[in-house]
Design a protein around this ligand. Structure first.
Ligand SMILES: [Zn+2]
Length: 230
């Protein structure tokens, strides 16, 4: 279960259902409290041409958003991953900007749904765990993009790639190279945009790594975007 970054604070019922090895169905439920996360807000004044995409670009971006939503709606019933999740870039232990909201010329945009990892153009991007490629194409906002299905509603997203090295349908082993870091799409410089969706909820991928472990000894640090209770 994932809690989306824009989920309203409050009490929710969490229901867990499962099946024992002998096929017996079991379930339990609990009340969970979702607290308000605090994310950075950035206010910018820029020339109109940078803020307002053309009608064609808006149409394209809307269609792509819809396509991604449909992908994330699909829950592969098998668990494809096995073991720990890793940060996709070698030697990188932190990411920034999760949940950051940019207010351009007074208009709040949607919050930043992933983390940005520092990397130079051409750096190999490794898939976080075993999975199947469900999208490998150029998108308006994220440029060359790869989305990997890990099963049970878990998807990872890799954006702004300079090069895509996989195609839809490819089965990837954990850590396989799926592309190279770049600055494709609407960005100012090369980096990897890494996103995680858990049953449609946008979750900080660094939390999955700290929960299901990076390689031992690697400490995950979260800068700036760490949610804090109010
Ligand atoms: Zn990003």
């Amino acid at each position: 279960m994932g809690v989306d970054l824009e989920k309203a604070p409050g009490e929710y019922e969490l229901k867990v259902t499962g099946q024992t090895a002998s096929g017996e169905k079991i379930s339990c439920s609990a009340r969970v409290r979702v607290r308000k996360g605090r994310f950075a807000t950035e206010r910018l004044q820029v020339g109109k041409q940078f803020v307002e995409p053309s009608p064609e670009q808006i149409k394209r971006a809307d269609e792509e958003r819809q396509k991604l939503r449909e992908l994330f709606d699909r829950v592969t019933p098998e668990r494809l991953w096995d073991g720990k999740f890793r940060i996709p870039l070698d030697g990188v232990t932190t990411g920034t900007n999760f949940g950051r909201r940019r207010i351009l010329n007074g208009n709040p945009g949607s919050p930043h749904g992933g983390v940005d990892l520092p990397g130079t153009t051409g750096t190999p991007v490794h898939v976080a765990q075993r999975g199947k490629v469900v999208l490998a194409e150029e998108l308006f906002f994220s440029g060359n993009t790869v989305v990997v299905d890990h099963g049970l509603g878990i998807y990872t997203f890799y954006g702004h790639l300079s090069e895509i090295d996989v195609k839809v349908g490819d089965a990837l082993e954990a850590g396989a190279v799926l592309g190279k870091v770049g600055a494709a799409g609407r960005v100012t410089g090369p980096h990897l945009h890494w996103g995680l969706t858990v049953e449609r909820a946008r979750v900080n991928p660094l939390q999955l790594v700290s929960l299901l472990g990076n390689s031992p000894g690697v400490q995950v640090r979260q800068k700036a975007s760490k949610p804090r209770a109010k």
